[in-house]
Write a protein that binds this ligand. Structure first.
Ligand code: NDP
Length: 239
């Protein structure tokens, strides 16, 4: 039997209750990892260890990391997945929507990684996967705030990869295209039909298809020489 080497590895996923995060938690558990995830809404994902926490709260995220390490052991992998959209055309965007998106999608990753990275450096191992978006690479109408946060995340991760390499820690990005989750369901039907007509594979992606890309990048076997990269999972919607 071929293994991804994730058996008994402790992996922390933010926003693991729904969508891509939930699929990732489930897959990693099936691959033998010990998984913990954060949630804000009532727990619906039965897999993994669930901890209620908001990624915009730095001290809460410090406590989450402590709790995971005390309960499951040293964190090997982090999947910074929690994210939101607040779409509108640029002049119509509100400052509160701008702040909410940046605080969650970009600063939330800062809060997630800050307590973990020093521990990974001390141990000389670790793998970080940040979930960006096709919008962060090529832009998307109505998403200046979201695209800015997701492009920023690519810059953060590529830089982290450069700094972390000497400590044996890897950092990569998964950039999904249009994936069938509640986030996509909030898009008006007319817009969804237009998006679909532009996807060469002629369908939206499934959360599980993103989860497999995450598992690959977490794997100390399959992706041991892969760091600082952006892995697109987008049905050929390339820039
Ligand atoms: P969903 O809306 O289905 O799930 C988002 C998850 O993020 C939820 O579990 C939610 O928690 C969590 N979350 C949101 N804000 C916070 C917060 N402040 N603190 C903690 N958790 C939070 O979205 P997807 O699964 O579709 O998206 C997952 C990631 O993938 C996001 O980063 C998104 O930007 C990205 N992405 C999605 C694409 C898509 O087409 N769906 C395309 C490209 C990227 P709760 O359930 O508790 O509210």
């Amino acid at each position: 039997m071929i293994s991804l080497g994730l058996e008994d590895k402790v992996v922390f996923v933010t926003g693991g209750n729904r969508g891509i995060g939930a699929a990732t938690v489930a897959l990693l558990e099936h691959l033998g990892a010990k998984v913990a995830y954060t949630h804000r809404s009532d727990r619906i994902n039965p897999y993994g260890m669930a901890i209620a926490a908001d990624v915009t709260n730095g001290s809460a995220m410090e406590q989450v990391v402590e709790k995971i390490e005390q309960t499951l052991g040293s964190i090997y992998g982090v999947v910074a997945n929690a994210g939101i959209t607040r779409d509108n055309f640029f002049p119509k965007q509100t400052t509160s929507d701008w702040d909410a998106v940046i605080d969650t999608n970009l600063k939330g990753v800062y809060h997630t990684l800050m307590p973990v990275i020093p521990k990974m450096y001390e141990r000389g191992e670790g793998s970080v996967v940040c979930i960006s978006s096709i919008s962060g690479e090529r832009g998307n109408v109505g998403q200046t705030n979201y695209a800015a946060s997701k492009a920023g995340l690519i810059g953060l991760t590529k830089t982290l990869a450069l700094e972390a390499a000497r400590y044996g820690v890897r950092a990569n990005v998964v950039a999904p295209g249009f994936i069938d989750t509640e986030m996509l369901q909030s898009v008006p039907d007319k817009v969804k039909q237009r998006i679909l007509s532009e996807v060469p594979l002629r369908r939206f992606g499934k959360p599980e298809e993103v989860a497999w890309a995450v598992a690959f990048l977490l794997s100390p076997i399959a992706s041991s020489y892969v760091t600082g990269t952006v892995l697109r999972v987008n049905g050929a919607c390339h820039t």
